[in-house]
Design a binder for this molecule. Structure first.
Ligand code: UTP
Length: 298
């Protein structure tokens, strides 16, 4: 029987050490860092919900307690806001509500790599297709990225990875696709290489943090074989499906910010600040001033 193409489960691997944001990440999870007033994880959850996800599986590690609390009820805070008739703030809090049982936390005991993190969720995923969302990739766009991918996947089946063109000198930061056939938004894939040097990269089409995967990928991770950087790589496990269930790259519409890097995080902060009606005028005039000052000083 053909596998159902309904995707209802998503894995959020958040067990990394977040070393690029030390010392901040010594005591707060990277995913709790905020763009304006919403933590990165909130954007990821909103995107998953828009794509029809009903079960949210977090792969966490020691020190990520703030993440679990974020999605819990906050009785004292809620009672105080209610007593003060702050309905607008109560509404804001509603986005953080999770039905009991909709969210699960699995521990990755050691940060052995993204592939290993996803594998840790295998028992909760069962034999269904599932999504993976890396919350430090934040994507702004009219239609949420994962929703675009779910729609593409309904036609393709197999494995669909979000892809974007990057400058050649950046390929060593990404998984890179070797393209079989370029069909526009979709490309079929004949190879995948994790973090190739520019001269070894088969293209400049890079994989970013959104995936729809077959459960076979989990089986491919069973042997824990290590890839680039000595880590258990998700890319390698997906690549094994190229001649089996098939792998497609999907050029999504939207602007992606790499909030796992300081520069990407700052760019996202500016973009999301400017996108807010209540902040735009004051913030823009500040930015104009600071740019003018910088130019005058040159
Ligand atoms: P990164 O490569 O960004 O690593 O992981 P990191 O630890 O989060 O950050 P840096 O590089 O030290 O600053 C990409 C995603 O995979 C998860 C991370 O939490 C992040 O969402 N991950 C990575 C795990 O869950 N487990 C791992 O073993 C590795």
């Amino acid at each position: 029987m053909a596998m159902s193409r309904k995707v209802t489960k998503a894995v959020f691997p958040v067990a990394g050490l977040g070393t690029r944001f030390l010392p901040a990440t010594k005591s707060i999870p990277k995913e709790i860092m905020s763009l304006v007033d919403r933590p990165l994880i909130q954007y990821a959850i909103d995107e998953a919900r828009a794509a029809g996800i009903e079960e949210f599986i977090f792969v966490t590690s020691r020190g990520k307690g703030a993440l679990e609390d974020y999605f819990d009820s906050a009785p004292v805070l809620e009672a105080t806001l209610k007593a003060k008739n702050k309905t607008d703030l109560l509404n804001v809090l509603q986005d953080t509500d999770m039905d009991s049982g909709a969210i699960a936390y699995i521990r990755q005991r050691e940060a052995l790599g993204l592939g290993h993190a996803v594998w840790c969720a295998r028992r909760l995923l069962g034999n269904e297709p599932f999504a993976v969302i890396l919350p430090d990739d934040v994507i702004a766009g009219k239609k949420p990225c994962l929703q675009q991918m779910v729609e593409a996947y309904e036609n393709t089946g197999g494995n669909v990875v979000a892809a974007m063109e990057v400058p050649k000198e950046m390929t060593s930061s990404y998984g890179v696709l070797d393209i079989q056939e370029d069909m526009g938004a979709l490309v079929s894939v004949k190879g995948m290489v994790e973090k190739p040097k520019a001269e070894d990269a088969p293209s400049n089409l890079a994989v970013i943090g959104r995936y729809i995967l077959t459960p076979d990928v989990l089986k491919n991770l069973d042997d824990h074989s290590k890839g680039a950087g000595g880590e258990i790589q998700l890319t390698d496990a997906i690549a094994k499906e190229i001649d089996r269930s098939g792998v497609y790259g999907f050029r999504f519409e939207g602007q992606r910010y790499d909030c796992g890097s300081k520069s990407g995080y700052l760019q996202a902060t500016v973009a999301f600040g400017l996108a807010r009606d209540e902040l735009r005028d004051e913030f823009l005039s500040f930015l104009n001033d600071i740019v003018a000052l910088g130019k005058a000083a040159e």
